[in-house]
Design a protein around this ligand. Structure first.
Ligand code: BG6
Length: 493
């Protein structure tokens, strides 16, 4: 996204550097950027962790993880160059002394580098620590230059609208809005970024992109994985907070937004906020009509028997947490009035598949036989992952002597362009290093997104679902999610 910006010398300070995200995503992303020559000339990664590790031990641990998680091969030469940029410090998140020590060390680095470099703080830690770290950074003046210092914050950003507002105002005591990078890694995915190019870089689709031509929009993010080792975090979170409030609503924004006047970050973020504001709020009385929750029981995925959610580690045996959520949204605006937007996401589903389906309206009158007419609605499918392609479905005459029609697809396959596309974190970290906020969430976006799901969240928190578990692992979710869509005369694609 950031073609016109240049990289400045930067010290990257990772809080939670021994955690899961750092080992699977952050270090591999920095390593790949390094190999691609996309890191700043002078950069330093200061890894902070609670444990009293030696630097040597930490580097060996990072190297081993790079071998498992890096997109590019780890060669001796590249590793030797990269590791020289890493330093490990023991750090206690809640002790001011740790921040004072860090300050001294960063100052020393600045002397070595000759200039006061940029500082990029990455909070790869649980949401409960964000305010503690931000306060300590403020008290010890670690981020004293608004032109040079930035902070990246992982989702979930708060746990509801009120807590997000409070967190935003707390961060505002230390950082200006332009210094805050609230990450939603779905926005870094190639296929999600391409929605903008597809819609606004072509003249043929946009004229059809409205209520007059589109019957419904569906967004599915199905996961095969369960909660893995994150049981206690997930118990407090659930699918609505973990996925819909952020990833799925962000995709919805990309599909539904008005054309931005430019690619300037403020402009794009404004257009997205417009969408979130236009989403009709679901009243408490109608939550059951427009939203469905589910929790998986035991089942079979790819021929392997798996346990139910309530049997996973760290999960209460009578847990009320949803591992599946589907919502039927409407947008009250000129372009989308009355077009249903169906979104769904779930864990331990039949297969990993994230995709968007734009279902066009059927023909008002068909020249062909009735059965052909039934098939005639055109579809555009944007496969986000693991398939990465765009498919346009249209009707064609079957070769032969009779006039039989059948749907066929025209496919654009990403892998035909480039086999090894950068990971979302590479794109987003590079943008943060460059100071490009476009793909990050602004405070009002996050607050609006919480507002969109507020009534559903409250209704689900306040009532137990006695039907849980209500879908088998390895299925496409609870029956009610199909019924919700069928009520409007549609089916999940
Ligand atoms: C994270 C959620 O934000 O996204 C996880 O917390 C989820 O629960 C993950 O599994 C999915 O990301 P991806 O990139 O694997 O689709």
């Amino acid at each position: 996204m950031s073609e016109n910006k240049t990289l400045q010398p930067t010290t990257i300070i990772i809080f939670g550097a021994t955690g899961d995200l750092a080992k699977r995503k952050l270090f591999p992303a920095f390593y790949n950027l390094y190999i691609d020559g996309r890191m700043p000339k002078g950069f330093n990664i200061v890894a902070l962790g609670r444990a009293d590790n030696t630097e040597e031990y930490f580097k060996t641990y990072i190297k081993e993880n790079l071998e498992s998680f890096s997109r590019k091969k780890v060669t001796a030469g590249d590793w030797a160059g990269f590791q020289a940029h890493i330093t490990y410090f023991q750090h206690q998140l809640d002790e001011e002394k740790s921040y004072q020590d860090l300050h001294e060390k960063l100052d020393k680095f600045d002397t070595v580098y000759g200039t006061r470099g940029n500082r990029l703080f990455y909070l790869s830690i649980g949401p409960n620590f964000v305010s503690t770290i931000s306060n300590h950074i403020k008290n010890t003046s670690l981020a004293s230059d608004p032109q040079k210092d930035r902070i990246i914050i992982e989702k979930p950003f708060g746990h509801n609208k009120q807590s997000a507002i409070e967190l935003n105002s707390l961060l505002a005591e230390t950082f200006e809005e332009e210094q805050i990078y609230r990450i939603d890694h779905y926005l870094g995915k190639e296929t999600v970024q391409n929605i903008l190019a597809f819609r606004f870089g072509n003249s043929i689709f946009e004229p059809l992109w409205d209520r007059h031509h589109i019957e419904s929009v569906q967004i599915t993010v199905a996961e095969e994985v369960g909660v893995e080792t994150r049981g206690s975090f997930y118990e407090q979170t659930g699918a609505l907070r973990d996925m819909i409030q952020n990833h799925l609503l962000q995709i919805l924004c990309m599909v539904a937004m008005e054309p931005p006047a430019s690619l300037e970050s403020g402009e794009i973020r404004d257009r997205k906020v417009d969408v979130l504001k236009a989403i009709r709020r679901i009243s408490p009385e109608t939550v059951d009509q427009y939203a469905v929750r589910g929790q998986y029981g035991k089942g079979t995925i790819n021929g392997v028997k798996v346990k139910g959610y309530r049997q996973e580690d760290g999960i209460a045996e009578n847990s009320n947490t949803e591992t599946f959520a589907a919502v039927n949204f409407y947008l009250d605006n000129e372009r989308w009035q009355d077009v249903p937007f169906y979104v769904r996401t779930g864990k331990k589903m039949k297969e990993k598949h994230s995709y968007i389906t734009i279902q066009f309206k059927p023909l008002p009158h068909s020249t062909f036989s009735e059965s052909s007419q039934l098939l005639s609605a055109n579809k555009l499918i944007i496969n986000i992952q693991p398939l990465m392609d765009i498919r346009l479905q249209f009707m064609t005459k079957m070769p032969g002597l009779s006039l039989d029609l059948k749907p066929v697809e025209m496919i654009f396959d990403y892998f035909a362009c480039q086999e090894n596309t950068p990971e979302a974190y590479e794109t987003l970290l590079l943008d943060a290093l460059l100071g490009d906020l476009t793909l990050f969430m602004r405070s009002d976006q996050v607050e609006e997104a919480w507002d969109v799901v507020k009534t559903i969240q409250e209704a689900w928190e306040n009532s137990k679902d006695s039907s849980f578990p209500n879908y088998d692992a390895g299925s496409w979710g609870p029956e009610d999610s199909f019924t919700m869509v069928e009520r409007q005369g549609h089916t999940w694609a």
